[in-house]
Design a protein around this ligand. Structure first.
Ligand code: RTP
Ligand code: MG
Length: 139
């Protein structure tokens, strides 16, 4: 995957609350192109695989339960400096610390139910994108 790509998921709380359209609009208006998109639901086991990097953290079990609690919308996105610019667009993990105008400031409910995911490196963006999408689904 080219390094100007990043990976995101609209998380179960934001999908359930009907914020998907508003969030996708913000993403496109910020200059990201959608390379791949679908709606799906993770099992707790598959959520655990996705977040394996956090398996020693105290919040891991709750995170797996939450991330499998309802449908999500995974997407691969493309923009120059995509990973860093997308982290800026979504804001801090804890919405209490997120800047005004960020997706998490607008739509996150808590530190856990924080509306959206964004990859933290080019390497993880490629791994995470390929976790959800076959190569022939990435345009
Ligand atoms: P993400 O990976 O989802 O984009 O979020 P992030 O980089 O901002 O945060 P990270 O440290 O990677 O944590 C992954 C997700 O785990 C949940 N979390 N809960 N209860 C807690 O203390 C806690 N800390 C993290 C959040 O859903 C966070 O986005
Ligand atoms: Mg993270």
């Amino acid at each position: 995957m080219p390094t100007n790509r990043t990976f995101t998921m609209i998380k179960p709380d934001a999908v359930k609350d009907g914020h998907s359209g508003a969030i996708i609009k913000m993403i496109e208006e910020a200059g990201f192109r959608i390379v791949a998109v679908k709606k799906t639901q993770l099992s707790a086991e598959r959520a655990g695989e996705f977040y394996a990097v956090h398996k020693e953290r105290p919040f891991y079990n709750d995170l797996c339960k939450y991330m499998s609690s309802g449908p999500i919308i995974p997407m691969i996105l493309e923009k120059e400096n995509g990973v860093a610019d997308f982290r800026t667009l979504i804001g801090a993990t804890n919405p209490a610390n997120a800047d005004e105008g960020t997706i998490r400031k607008l739509f996150a409910k808590s530190m856990e139910a924080n509306a959206i995911h964004g990859s933290d490196s080019d390497e993880n963006a490629a791994i995470e994108g390929n976790f959800f999408f076959a190569h022939i689904e990435q345009f």
